[in-house]
Design a protein around this ligand. Structure first.
Ligand code: XMP
Length: 516
């Protein structure tokens, strides 16, 4: 771990017991202006003290406290004097460890419930006495530990919320972090401000302000290399590092010829001309085409592109070096997903174009504690244009995996032109922020058509547009018929070699978003 953690005045830790909602809890806390990190549920009390948090949140989780391998927290955490909020399993664990009783509910509860607040308290301060909340549990607390009182109940759950306000210990059986719990954010806000006495000073402006001196301290007089892909994460990371150390940073942009129309020019305009960074653009189009010749298998394409990328990047690093540091756009979900969650013991994690571990650099990862939406806001703070800040995701192997079968110069040109038309028409219809991802795919088959008096025998273009929150599941976008018609007419008329256009109406699962 080379990166200093961000300097923050206030911090809350989420102890994770395997909840699907832990990330959501962390995001909600940050939305309240309090910096928050996710740590493993079993973290030791002394390690927590070292982090100096203002409070702890115990997450939910799929286990039952009486199961032999149920995840536990260090019982010492309840003696630290820190305010603690237990959510669902976290509440049950707190009750169990402090002498209460937990049992399988007579009625398992999944879904909305009406919450009735029983007495004035910090957690529900300034909120109405009846609230809609979201329940999702099989067990519940049936006897409170000594010192606790019930704060709220539902029809099926006597202890929907409870607290020992002297010890600043709170528990809720429902999920305040999900949007189905109306006013859930205010409940978390109350815990943070009234329970933990946080002021809520964490913002992206304060992040940038704190990150720059920390980067200067970390990098010193060293030289930094960064691979720019045109994507938002590497763009924001590079801009932040540049703001800190200027031209000690050298950015390399590998134009592998698999990019969308206008992308290489935009990278040059933004980073080279506007920010005046030391930007080296490598024209590697012929090399990538050559290494993809005759390759049809999607995984083989990915492998070859990844390998070629590393080769080109290493050549540049030798030519432009020496460098002590490599800047990367790793973000917090990458860190969490790599399973190395606790700041003090985090190991390195790579997410740039498949760069291997052994390049011999120290890593600079200024965004490794930020969620995607926070990265975008940092990008805005730094003055990056909206085309980059709100760019839709684009796979590393680029258009190569949007050409089914062999990648050729002709097919690349076709798919690039068709993709530009899809983008222009969706933007013209004002749908580009609503639809999560939209693009064209070329199928390596030909069908018969007629143009004027001539028979044509040409490729079809598949148009794909999806809406999604997390890209793990997705729905096909119900684009208005007139938008689809304009796209189809333009593609068939303007792109030579295409005589037919089809719209993909599959959702994920069972399909994936990309075709390869
Ligand atoms: P799928 O096709 O798996 O895509 O539903 C989910 C998201 O991931 C993107 N994607 C990739 N991104 N390298 C990347 O950097 C890849 O090889 C790759 N394959 C898919 C895809 O565009 C979508 O946003």
């Amino acid at each position: 771990m080379n990166d200093p953690i961000p300097v923050v005045e206030e911090k809350v830790l989420v102890l994770d017991f395997g909840a699907q909602y832990s990330q959501l809890i962390a995001r909600r806390v940050r939305e309240c202006g309090v910096y928050c990190e996710i740590v493993p549920g079993k973290v030791k009390a002394e390690d927590i003290l070292r982090e100096r948090p203002q409070g702890l949140i115990l997450s939910g989780g799929p286990a039952s406290v009486y199961e032999p391998n149920a995840p536990r927290c260090d019982p010492e955490i309840f003696r630290l004097g820190l305010p603690i909020l237990g959510i669902c399993y976290g509440f049950q664990l707190m009750a169990h460890l402090l002498g209460g009783e937990v049992r399988a509910s007579a009625q398992r509860e999944y879904g909305p419930a009406q919450l009735e607040v029983l007495q004035p308290n910090h957690l529900f301060a300034d909120l109405p006495p009846q609230l809609r909340c979201w329940m999702s549990h099989g067990d519940e607390v049936v006897a409170l530990p000594a010192g606790f009182v019930a704060l709220a109940r539902t029809a099926n759950c006597s202890y929907a919320a409870a607290a020992d306000e002297h010890r600043h210990l709170y528990g809720v059986q429902f999920h305040p972090e999900v949007s189905h719990t109306r006013r859930g954010r205010e409940i978390l806000y109350n815990f943070l401000t009234r329970g933990c006495r946080c002021r809520g000073t964490w913002s992206m402006a304060s992040f940038v302000q704190a990150a720059i001196p920390r980067l200067r301290e970390q990098i010193g007089a060293g030289r930094v290399l960064c691979a720019l892909s045109g994507g938002v994460d590497s763009a924001v990371a590079a801009t932040l590092v540049h703001r800190a150390v200027g031209n000690q940073l050298v950015c390399v942009f590998v134009n592998h010829g698999l990019l969308r129309a206008g992308e290489p020019e935009q990278v040059q305009r933004t980073f080279g001309e506007h920010f005046k960074m030391h930007l080296v653009t490598v024209d590697a189009r012929e090399r990538f085409l050559a290494c993809l010749q005759g390759v049809e298998d999607p995984e083989e394409k990915r492998r070859r592109i990844g390998q070629e990328f590393v080769t080109v990047f290493e050549e540049q690093s030798r030519k432009l070096g020496p460098f002590e540091f490599l800047a990367q756009g790793t973000i917090y979900p990458d860190v969490i997903e790599s399973g190395t969650q606790f700041a003090a013991t985090i190991k390195t994690h790579h997410n740039v174009g498949g760069l291997p571990d052994n390049l011999g650099f120290q890593l600079v990862e200024p965004l490794r504690y930020l969620f995607k939406d926070e990265v975008r806001r940092v990008g805005e703070q730094l003055g990056l244009p909206p085309e980059i800040v709100y760019r839709q995701p684009f796979p590393g192997p680029g258009l190569a995996i949007r050409i089914l079968g062999e990648v050729t110069r002709e097919r690349l040109e076709i798919v690039r032109q068709a993709d530009a038309i899809v983008g222009e028409e969706i933007e013209r219809a004002g749908l580009h922020r609503e639809v999560s991802q939209f693009f064209a795919v070329l199928a390596p088959i030909r069908s018969v058509g007629v143009m004027g008096d001539h028979r044509t025998y040409a490729y079809p273009i598949i148009v794909r547009a999806v809406t999604t929150d997390d890209f793990m599941t997705a729905h096909w976008a119900q684009l208005p018929a007139e938008v689809l018609e304009r796209i189809a007419t333009r593609i068939v008329n303007e792109v030579p070699g295409v005589n037919r256009c089809v719209y993909d109406i599959s959702s994920k699962p069972p399909a994936t978003i990309e075709w390869e």
